[in-house]
Design a protein around this ligand. Structure first.
Ligand SMILES: [Zn+2]
Length: 265
């Protein structure tokens, strides 16, 4: 029964991941993410059977059927991440509402990350919009902060926003003094505010420090290289949103356990 449920969540997550790919592709160009059929870069419509998440990319060998153009690896990666992270969110939060809220946060952060990789910019609609949504959600669903009081939850949300924003701002100031150039962009500072609005003070600190440490150490350089499609990516201008996203995912899956225990008691 559990295996069926997890498989179902994997499929739903992969479909959501496929939609996130559409967002990454269209949001920076200001196009609608809901209307308009899927099109290849050559302009040909993509039929539904060649649009199945994960499988289509694998079966086509990462190349479009119509013109042979390379289908970017990021679309496959987003579908796979969606498929893996939805069941994990469900298992780690043990409460449907929390799972839904935090998976939605992760989904938005993934979109922000890949847009940051593509364009080195983060649209305000994503960062500021997400921060506002975080504040509103804390008021409407205080249980995501492990409390039933809306005022306590909003307080934690605001403090998380301020703590994340302030910490990253001062790290940026410090970095600018050391490296003599802009170290952290305004978009990243807005994004950590949004993460803080959802995850509180601890979450925002996890996002900054755990994300940077783990990301630098291992996982991200390899993925980034793949996504950027270059052999030797220029390390000095790495987008920062993927690191914050990784840190937030780590916090949601590992750092919130104390909060979860508080909720049980
Ligand atoms: Zn084509």
């Amino acid at each position: 029964m559990m295996a069926c449920l997890l498989t179902f969540l994997f499929i739903i997550g992969a479909c959501i991941g496929s939609f996130l790919g559409v967002c990454v592709d269209r949001l920076p160009r200001g196009e609608s993410v809901i209307f308009g059929p899927s099109r290849c870069s050559c302009g040909a419509k993509i039929p539904p059977h060649l649009n199945i998440p994960i499988l289509a990319w694998l079966l086509l060998g990462g190349r479009a059927r119509c013109c042979g153009a390379k289908i970017p690896f990021k679309f496959f990666l987003l579908e796979l991440l969606g498929g893996l992270l939805l069941p994990l969110a469900f298992l780690s939060q043990k409460n449907i509402l929390q799972s839904a809220v935090f998976f939605s946060l992760i989904a938005c952060l993934l979109v922000a990350s890949f847009i940051d990789i593509d364009t080195m910019e983060l649209p305000d609609t994503l960062t500021v919009g997400l921060a506002v949504v975080g504040l509103v959600i804390s008021a409407v669903f205080p249980r995501i902060y492990g409390t039933t009081s809306a005022s306590i939850a909003v307080q934690r949300s605001v403090l998380g926003l301020l703590c994340g924003t302030g910490t990253l701002f001062w790290i940026g100031v410090l970095g600018e003094q050391i490296f003599r150039r802009e170290a952290i962009g305004l978009g990243d500072i807005k994004l950590i505010g949004a993460i803080g609005a959802f995850c509180g003070i601890r979450g925002s600190l996890w996002a900054i420090f755990a994300g940077t440490m783990v990301g630098t150490a291992a996982v991200l350089p390899i993925l980034l290289k793949r996504c950027l499609g270059r052999g030797g990516a220029n390390i000095s201008i790495l987008p920062f949103a993927p690191f914050l996203t990784l840190g937030t995912i780590l916090f949601i899956f590992f750092g919130k356990t104390e909060l979860f225990l508080q909720m049980l008691s």
